[in-house]
Design a binder for this molecule. Structure first.
Ligand code: ADP
Ligand code: MG
Length: 324
């Protein structure tokens, strides 16, 4: 069936189950009209996913949609914000309804889980790309930023690191395994990261700085260090690795290096002052997410990777779109 832009918007984007009280006017007018609760600040973040750069052009649209929205929600998690609204700018080569149907399935499943309402967007023709803007609330003055850390604070990460990179290496055919169930698990971890929304909220008032790992721990922790004017010692043996990653990459050093540089993990990296460590343990039990202490901040600059008290000369870097 031939469709125009407005048919597509009506058929796909206006069909959603989430209907929030703080949305006065949603899709269909020139702007959405939205109410921010008194005492809250609005946290806003945009991320683009470009076909061929962030996902393969033949990737399952259900998974692409999940990844696109999850990566945006992860930015809200990193600020300690509660997601509320999302807008979607979609550029695609033509009105491919099979693709759209699957995309919406993945998108709305995750949006419903977090009670996030799609309130607007734009639909245009061109090479496939997806730009999402998420909006969330954070109590006035309580957002977690990258700049509040101090020397002596402890460095933590949620979950495990490296699984997303392992999944990507399978997708790109760089590395393989005959174990089908291992393969399925790692691919799932690459595509279906769960944004750490509850953990981020639990860290408000406890963490001194936080961000989400989108370009690799080594690169993202660097942002906290720059913003806070500090250095860090990271104990590589403490980096949390999943049993699946260790099975996939049996060379322990390589597995650890993968975990340090893997982007698109969407775990949180955060710093905690000594006096808040007890409160952290309690808060995380309630959020159901594990966090591991991997090192400590010090005065100075840069990241020192340490093993058995020895500084390592590993030359690792995260992902940089404009790296030559
Ligand atoms: P305008 O030309 O005034 O910018 P559009 O024709 O682009 O309006 O969009 C009509 C309505 O549909 C607007 O409310 C817009 O927010 C919404 N919309 C368009 N594309 C999308 C999309 N991909 N997802 C959600 N809403 C969309
Ligand atoms: Mg428009």
């Amino acid at each position: 069936m031939a469709s125009n832009e407005f048919d597509l918007i009506a058929r796909y984007f206006e069909q959603q189950k989430v209907s929030r009280r703080d949305v006065a006017l949603s899709i269909g007018d020139d702007c959405a009209l939205l109410e921010v609760p008194a005492g809250s600040q609005l946290a806003v973040s945009t991320d683009s996913l470009v076909s061929g750069t962030h996902f393969l052009s033949d990737a399952d649209p259900v998974l692409v949609a999940h990844k696109a929205l999850a990566s945006n929600l992860s930015d809200l998690a990193a600020m300690g914000a509660t997601p509320a609204w999302v807008s979607l700018a979609l550029t695609m080569p033509g009105p491919d309804e099979l693709w759209l149907k699957a995309f919406c399935e993945g998108f709305f499943a995750l949006a419903e889980y977090y009670n996030v309402q799609l309130v607007g967007g734009d639909t245009t023709k061109g090479p496939l790309s997806i730009t999402i803007t998420v909006h969330g609330f954070v109590p006035q003055g309580q957002a977690l930023t990258r700049s509040g850390a101090e020397a002596g604070d402890w460095v933590y990460v949620t979950g495990n690191l490296g699984d997303s990179a392992a999944g990507l290496s399978l997708l790109l055919g760089e590395k393989s395994t005959d174990d089908e169930s291992l393969k399925a698990t790692l691919l799932e971890r690459h595509y279906k990261a769960q944004p750490r929304i509850l953990a981020g909220q639990a860290l408000r008032g406890i963490a001194s700085a936080a961000l989400d790992i989108s370009d690799g721990l080594i690169s993202d922790l660097g942002h906290i260090l720059e913003r806070s004017g500090l250095g860090a010692d990271i104990e590589v043996d403490k980096i949390p690795l999943s049993p699946e990653l260790c099975q996939f990459e049996s060379d322990e050093i390589k597995a650890c290096q993968m975990a340090l540089s893997s982007g698109e993990e969407y775990e949180l990296c955060f710093t905690v002052p000594e006096q808040n460590r007890g409160a952290l343990d309690t808060a995380l039990v309630h959020s159901g997410v594990k966090a591991t202490c991997i090192g400590q901040l010090r005065s100075g600059a840069g990241i020192r990777l340490v093993r058995d008290g020895q500084e390592l000369d590993w030359h690792l870097h995260g992902y940089d779109h404009f790296a030559e």
